[in-house]
Design a protein around this ligand. Structure first.
Ligand SMILES: *Cc1c(COP(=O)(O)O)cnc(C)c1O
Length: 233
């Protein structure tokens, strides 16, 4: 074992322990929550270590980086998630490596995603990203809550796309628990029309406990597993 794999192994162990503890506190089973490790900015060699340590799901947020890393790691059998901002002219290409796109925030992405999935001869799993920001704050990505139902319907209506659920990032400076409770409410409204859309992706390194407490099925954890990233440019 190299120093790096020991380091990642220890960090991963404590993240898994945090998830398990949060599940116990919430009366949930640990296997109700899937860990998706966000590998953006980290090298393919780290992805390989993660796979050795039993990680099955990784996520990237930049297309070009994801193309390169997923190609080098194609032998690992990992499930790749895309969680970043998507341009519609890149959307089809994302399906070349991603089995899940968590960041669908507008209808314009759906046709290119569906076309890409059809070319790959598989169904793409889609989460609709919803914004939990207040109306006045600077918008981070995600469809506004009042557009969620229509976008979810539009995903479900596309052949080659499977609506699996919703995703959100807690707004900066807001209480994560409150934000994730709003997401839970929004998710329930989607489930009323789409009972198979059971995934709720919420929670990152700093707020995964709040996400698990509110019923998240997927947490997306980067720095707690891999260390701190260089600051975003
Ligand atoms: C980077 C990123 C994460 C992981 O963030 P950490 O704080 O490093 O755990 C989760 N979700 C999205 C959408 C991200 O871009």
């Amino acid at each position: 074992m190299t120093g790096r794999s020991e380091e990642i192994g220890e960090r991963l162990g404590s993240v898994r322990e945090r998830i398990a503890a949060a599940c116990r506190a919430a009366g949930r089973e640990p296997d109700e929550v899937s860990l998706v490790v966000v590998t953006k900015f980290f090298p393919a060699s780290d992805v390989r270590i993660l796979a050795d340590l039993g990680v099955t799901d990784v996520a990237e947020n930049r297309h070009q980086e994801a193309v390169e890393k997923s190609a080098v790691c194609a032998d690992l059998g990992l499930r790749w998630h895309f969680v970043g901002g998507l341009q519609s002219n890149k959307a089809a290409a994302v399906t070349g490596y991603a089995s899940v796109v968590q960041s669908v925030d507008r209808a314009k992405l759906l046709r290119p995603l569906a076309r890409g999935a059809a070319e790959q001869e598989r169904v793409l799993d889609v989460l609709v990203q919803v914004s939990l920001d207040g109306p006045d704050s600077r918008h981070r990505s995600g469809v506004a809550p009042d557009g969620l139902a229509a976008l979810a319907d539009a995903v479900a209506a596309q052949d080659d796309l499977a609506l699996r659920g919703v995703m959100a990032v807690a707004p900066l400076g807001d209480d994560a628990g409150d934000a994730f409770d709003r997401l839970a409410e929004l998710h329930r409204s989607v489930l009323a029309d789409h009972p198979d859309a059971t995934w709720r992706s919420a929670g990152m390194s700093g707020d995964l406990e709040a996400a698990v407490a509110s019923g998240a099925t997927h947490v997306r954890v980067g720095s707690a597993v891999l260390g701190s990233r260089p600051p975003v440019q």
